[in-house]
Design a protein around this ligand. Structure first.
Ligand code: ATP
Length: 508
């Protein structure tokens, strides 16, 4: 635990705050600090889901109660002239929606605040945050940041001492770098697994550590580690966005040098715009360009139905992404985070937004954010202000030249580009089509050719597929118009330097 966190915990213990919610999965870490901070007039009593009531000091089971029974039984111990009762609840987030538990916690909090003859504090330590609305005003939420370099060094030192293993200076620093983003508990576990493998701790363990980190990501259920092949060359058009990413890639690939030189670490971009025009493709290409893994955050899965659940999930997801840093964290359809509970930007959205921005500003890890959004009207205007992200890009429907390039990319990718295809004719005709529509035409023509037994793809064949296809500009006409109108209100850089053409489908 960092010094600043220890100080914060000490001040909470001293304060009048009746319920402290510590979002942390390393219970031993918190126990050690609480033991250190305990005053002689404090009486600790512990509850965990598996064993019920425990003796905090020696962890002996006292009684197999459920949480409501436990709170019921111990709450009157707050009427003690000599001691302040400190009730420690571990991993009880599942029970935080039980009305009985909520009522009992509220009763304890109210008595603490209102009565002079009652002294009790509740400390909840849980890996997930669930705060029922009835308790919101009584709870102070405390986040425990992941270990910094200094703490990681301490963990490695103490592990190396325990198992009596020598680690070279260079290997030591490499281990510090690879272990970034893991909790102190996870670091100990990973070190011990790596050591058991070959009785050493050296550079060969880096790969193992990365695979352990992937496990952590997979288990979370909110983040997904993406596997794909796309590179920047798979994107047709969007030249401004591509050259911006190219510049940042040069920084990302020699980060240490860049930081020493005084360059700011790239922090992230927001890509807004029309559906099917390459936003997701750009997220993938960023990861290949930066040569780091791509982690996708599913905003839909983040949104929970209980107060605090979405925030808790967001905290967990952001923290987890640090586990695999350096990485690209792709937040797809970020607008969904702001239209969750109750619609509009309610309290939850505001807090989610606040937490996200603070994290973005304070993160020490090299997590590069690529946030993508279709519906700009659902985003808080502050989000679109300069300075939040390194840059904001607007992806529009492709121009004639860009459509030509996109068709070429998809035909070449499938080995079907030949001189019987007139790309000029096709790109002229496909006004109002997005990248996904164009890919659809290519796929359809190839399928037809296969079924008909035709060897070569021709302009005619592609035109036939075009005639049967409907462009996004027709299918989502109103949505696109609304998006254009919303965009006019902000000063957002177009991702492409090409002059825009009217978006009407050539046929309509
Ligand atoms: P949505 O907002 O609907 O998620 P998106 O902008 O993220 O859309 P993508 O998923 O990147 O769109 O595009 C869908 C598919 O269309 C891509 O897999 C790609 O094959 C094709 N495509 C879209 N835009 C382009 C482009 N500029 N160049 C090449 N292919 C493209």
């Amino acid at each position: 635990m960092r010094q600043a966190t220890k100080k914060l915990l000490a001040s909470y213990l001293d304060s009048l705050c009746p319920i402290l919610y510590i979002n942390h999965s390393d219970f031993a870490d918190v126990d050690a600090e609480l033991t250190r901070l305990a005053e002689h007039d404090m009486r600790f009593i512990e509850f965990n889901n598996a064993l019920g009531a425990l003796n905090f000091e020696d962890k002996h089971q006292l009684q197999q109660w459920d949480l409501a029974e436990f709170l019921n039984a111990v709450m009157d111990e707050g009427f003690d002239e000599e001691h302040e009762l400190v009730i420690i609840l571990k991993d009880v987030h599942e029970s935080m929606n039980d009305p009985k538990v909520v009522a009992l916690l509220r009763r304890i909090a109210e008595m603490t605040l209102e009565r002079d003859d009652y002294r009790a504090k509740v400390i909840i330590i849980a890996s997930n945050v669930v705060i029922p609305s009835e308790l919101e005003n009584f709870i102070t939420l405390m986040d425990v940041p992941l270990p910094d370099d200094e703490e990681i060094r301490d963990c490695i030192h103490s592990f190396a001492e325990d198992v009596a293993v020598d680690i070279g200076e260079k290997e030591f620093e490499e281990l510090v770098f690879s272990l970034k983003g893991l909790s102190a508990f996870q670091i100990k576990q990973v070190l011990s697994l790596a050591y058991q493998g070959n009785g050493r701790l050296d550079a060969s363990d880096r790969k193992f550590i990365l695979s352990e980190k992937e496990q952590v990501i997979k288990k979370s259920g909110i983040l997904e580690m993406m596997n794909f092949k796309e590179t920047i060359d798979d994107i047709g058009g969007l030249d401004r966005l591509k050259s911006w990413l190219d510049r940042k890639a040069k920084i990302f690939s020699s980060l240490d040098k860049a930081i020493k030189f005084g360059v700011d670490v790239p922090s992230g971009i927001l890509i807004l715009g029309m559906p099917g025009c390459g936003k997701s493709l750009a997220a993938k290409a960023t990861s290949t360009l930066f040569k780091v893994p791509l982690i996708r955050l599913d905003v839909g899965r983040l949104m929970g139905k209980y107060v605090g659940e979405s925030e808790g999930n967001m905290r967990r997801a952001l923290k987890l992404s640090e586990t695999v840093s350096p990485c690209v964290l792709w937040i797809d359809e970020i607008e969904k985070a702001f239209a969750g509970i109750g619609g509009g930007y309610g309290e939850v959205a505001t807090r989610l937004f606040g937490h996200f921005l603070t994290w973005m500003q304070e993160k020490e890890s090299t997590v590069f954010i690529v946030a993508t959004a279709n519906d700009i009207s659902k985003l808080p205007p502050e989000f679109l202000r300069k300075g939040r992200f390194d840059e904001l890009f607007f992806v529009d429907l492709p121009t004639e030249r860009e459509r030509r390039k996109i068709l070429e990319i998809h035909l070449r990718k499938r080995g079907k580009l030949n001189n019987r295809i007139n790309l000029d004719t096709l790109s002229k005709k496909t006004k109002g089509f997005n990248g996904a529509d164009l890919e659809g035409i290519v796929k359809d023509a190839i399928e037809t050719a296969f079924i008909d037994g035709t060897e070569t793809i021709t302009t005619e064949l592609l035109l036939k597929s075009f005639e049967e296809a409907k462009s996004i500009s027709v299918i989502q006409k109103e949505k696109i118009e609304a998006l254009r109108k919303d965009l006019k209100k902000y000063d957002i850089k177009p991702a492409s330097s090409e002059a825009r053409e009217s978006t009407d489908d050539g046929r309509s």
